[in-house]
Design a protein around this ligand. Structure first.
Ligand code: PGA
Length: 252
């Protein structure tokens, strides 16, 4: 399976930033051997999609509503995001779970909406530092998966330990491999063969300097990149680290 390197701009970026961050990507993408996805804030989706039109780089949103179009002031339906040019959507990021109280049930409803609108969901799970220190990381992640993924799930999962996001800290390779193996086992147990093909991304302080080590781990099918995705050179350096891994090409 080709690796997916996804950039999550979070609440960053103005129209004036789009060309600087996005314009270098299409020329590089063709030669990479991994898939690239850019997830700008919703205000920039259409502009980014226009710039990337016809290229190998995909565009995604960072969230969608749990309900279809209707009387929900300020919300954006999955169908609207698709209309603006998104083909993917990040759902259940820990910042959404923390800042907006999104429960597993809300995440599951959003995933259902995304799929109905033709968007590929990337569902985020991950433990807090306290949960890891208490020895509950695997239980927390298994519980989030069970509650957040609807039956028949088709999309990607991102393992993002909350304490690694934006902190410059990452789990050890053994910790990442352990959680990814547990996620794979849970996906296969619930979804069978489809669960075997689900991409499992790692996210949390992925940088050019640590990308090769993280992406080489078993069951790591790509990266969800926050801060480093706002710089085209760093984002492409991470993508090159993924593309250099021999197993990615072979399985692709
Ligand atoms: P970070 O964010 O790379 O800035 O740690 C990752 C994420 O939250 O997706």
């Amino acid at each position: 399976m080709r690796a997916l390197i996804a950039g999550n701009w979070k609440m960053n970026g103005r129209l004036a930033d789009v060309a600087r961050i996005v314009a270098p990507l299409p020329a590089a993408a063709g030669a990479l051997g991994c898939d690239l996805l850019v997830c700008p804030p919703a205000t920039l989706l259409a502009a980014v999609a226009r710039l990337l039109d016809g290229s190998a780089v995909s565009v995604g949103a960072q969230d969608c509503a749990a309900l279809p179009d209707g009387a929900h002031t300020g919300d954006l339906s999955a169908g609207m995001l698709r209309d603006a040019g998104a083909t993917c959507v990040i759902i259940g990021h820990s910042e959404r779970r923390a800042d907006h109280g999104e429960t597993d049930g809300v995440v599951r409803a959003k995933v259902t909406q995304a799929v109905a609108a033709g968007l590929t969901p990337i569902v985020c799970v991950g433990e807090s530092e306290a949960q890891r220190l208490d020895g509950h990381a695997l239980d927390v992640v298994r519980g989030q998966l069970a509650g957040s993924l609807p039956d028949g799930f088709a999309g990607a999962v991102a393992y993002e330990p909350v304490w690694a996001i934006g902190t410059g800290r990452t789990p050890t390779p053994a910790q990442v491999a352990e959680v990814h193996a547990a996620i794979r086992a849970a996906l296969v147990a619930r979804f069978g063969a489809a669960g075997r093909g689900t991409r499992i991304l790692y996210g949390g302080s992925v940088k050019p300097g640590n990308a090769a080590e993280l992406l080489a781990l078993a069951e790591v099918g790509g990266a969800l990149v926050g801060g480093a995705s706002l710089n085209a050179a760093d984002f492409l350096a991470i993508a090159r680290a993924a593309a250099m891994l021999p197993n990615r090409e072979r399985d692709g």
